[in-house]
Every structure is written in C-alpha cells, then in structure tokens.
Design a protein around this ligand. Structure first.
Ligand SMILES: [Zn+2]
Ligand SMILES: [Zn+2]
Length: 175
C-alpha cells in the first residue's frame, strides 16, 4: 500500500496519523521464511517538520513463528517495534545523504507501507531464537528432538580422525 505524503508538505507542522493493515502473511529473509501469525494494525504518524522533511513514527506489533536455533521447533516470537525515522522529500538531497540513503520505502512523495515494515522487521528480528535456554537440540545422528526424549544413539563414539589424533596426542605425552 502506498501513502502519498504530498498533501502533508503544504504546511510545516501538519500531522497525518492513520492505522493500516500490514499486508504481509509471512516474512521472507535470507535466514528463512517465517509465518506472521498475528498482527495488529500498524499505527503511522507523519509530521511535516519543515524544509521538506517528514518525521515518521510507526508502531508495529506482530507475532512470528521462528524455528528454534537448536531443535528447529517453531517458537512464537512477538515483535513490538516502535520506530522514529526522518525522511527528506525536498528533492535537494546532498550526495552524502544520498549515499547513506536507506529510504527505499520512499518513491517521490509516496510512502510504501510494506517496504517500510519489511525493513523495520528485518532490523528488529532476533539473531537467534531458542524455545528455551535449556533446549537440548536434536541428535546429530538421527535427528530426534532430544527435548522429547533420548534416541539411544551412541554419541560418545569419536570420529575416527579424532580418535587417531587423540592416539597421537597420548603417545606424545608418554614420551
Ligand atoms: Zn529448541
Ligand atoms: Zn539419535
């Protein structure tokens, strides 16, 4: 969805506040695709702060299902984002500003709600999600989720190369 910010530019101090649905059911990133299971309407507030600049205040409140970093079971993760951004719509952006420009959500005077929300969710996404701090993960032999019981795999057996290295180490010690 696009919101035209042009009418806002007519007067410094002008405010445009609105609520809008987040048009996203899943979130795709390089680390995976996560289902957005609940979402509250996004609250947006645009303020003309003069010189063609607009301050954007946004509230995003969603819940995503993200796999646990150890056992891969889905963990419902709430993301509550309150953000404040400033964009320059005057068209006279310095080269320096242009180089630092991360405002791909602005095109002309149009504000792209989905692109904006995507960027905000991306930077606020937790690096690692665990179902619990004591998650035992999965067996690296059979894939059993070790939180649900043990699988009986012998995980004490050493990798053959490892065993050899250990032997060398031992004989070295005996000398
Ligand atoms: Zn886990
Ligand atoms: Zn196993």
């Amino acid at each position: 969805m696009l919101i035209d910010l042009h009418p806002l530019l007519s007067q410094t101090g002008k405010v445009n506040k609105l609520e809008t649905e987040l048009e996203m059911d899943k979130f795709q990133s390089r680390s995976g695709t996560y289902a957005i299971v609940t979402k509250k309407p996004m609250i947006l507030e645009f303020t003309n702060i003069g010189d063609g600049k607009v301050e954007i205040k946004a509230d995003i409140d969603i819940e995503l299902d993200i796999p646990c970093g150890r056992c891969l079971e889905l963990v419902r993760t709430q993301l509550k984002i309150e953000t404040l951004r400033e964009v320059n719509l005057s068209g006279t952006v310095s080269e320096e500003e242009a180089a630092l420009d991360e405002t791909d959500f602005i095109e002309g005077t149009d504000f792209d709600v989905t692109k904006f929300a995507y960027g905000e969710i991306l930077v606020n996404l937790p690096m690692k999600v665990l179902c619990s701090d004591s998650c035992k993960g999965i067996c690296n032999r059979c894939g059993t989720n070790l939180n649900h019981g043990s699988c009986g795999c012998d995980t004490t057996e050493l990798d053959p190369r490892m065993a050899k290295a250990l032997e060398v180490f031992k004989s070295f010690k005996e000398v």
